[in-house]
Design a binder for this molecule. Sequence first.
Ligand code: HEM
Length: 312
Amino acid sequence: MRSIKANIIAQIELVGGRHDEAEIYGGPAGDLGLTGGPGSLSWEINGDLASVTGAGSAAILMEVLHPSVMHGVFTQSSYRTDPYARARNTLGYVPRSTFGNTEAATRVIEHVKRVHSYINGTRADGVSYRALDPALIAWVHTCIPWAIMTAFDRYRRPLSRAEKDQYLKEQALIGRMGGAEWVPETVSELEDYVERMRPLMAYNDQTRQFGDFLLGTSGDVATTRQQRFESWMGPHGSMLMMPDWARKMTGTYHSSVMERFILRPNEKLKSRLVRWAVGELPCKTMALARVSGAAPRPASSDISNSRQQYAA
Ligand code: HEM
């Protein structure tokens, strides 16, 4: 019988991937990557897998509250037919852009931009959009560090305002490289921006169907009662980090009793379990070794495999 630790790791890797490719996380000695290296808040916060996984559902739900993002994902993503591969690729963006060597991280971002260049459409209400619209990229980008930072602050260690500002600033580079023109770089900019974006948010039929899929109640994938329970607890717990208006819109708002005695303790327990099971992420260990010069340089065949993987 597999140990509890091995089971937790297997579950996380199924959904989020392993992230230990030498061609991405190894590389030139001293290369800090894009977000600042070992002394950065990005390495501390995004290196805490519990915060990244705990934030995942909230970030995704916030992203798709924008009806253009929802339409793009609903009509042009393989999330229904290939959910694990889709999740691994999407969630993999965080470790790759944070801990990857400068060349590999840049290549990953460029690849994702190329994918986005084919994504466009017209919503049921007649509004046309394209994924590479800097305003849409800014919204999707913002939801990611916002949710991860909040999870870290709540379940790992409280962050000072200055630390949050620093983290948002480090992450802003990734947002701009992904195609945004402007993204919030401080907590006050983030708060103002979210308020400005709020009137654009919608919970429509596509969001409802997407939410059902996330909760395991859509019928697309066969699920046991236990899986449905876990799928329910995940997004509902994750959305605790988001403003009340968003929780109300997404049907994830609950009484304070439910929040205090069930959802919050469950999130806290999950984050402790993930930290206990995973420890330091392999990609962070490899990136630290790279910076200190202890990482083996990837073989040239690894580099060309990686180039092929992220080529158009
Ligand atoms: C900074 C903002 C964004 C990030 C970080 C991001 C991240 C990603 C990643 C990592 C992928 C996987 C690429 C691959 O297949 O290797 C992806 C694909 C995709 N993204 Fe984005 N995205 C962003 C913005 C958007 C926006 C604004 C839209 C819609 C308007 C969108 C819709 C999609 C769709 C439909 C796919 C294809 C999924 C599939 O093939 O199943 N994304 N995105």
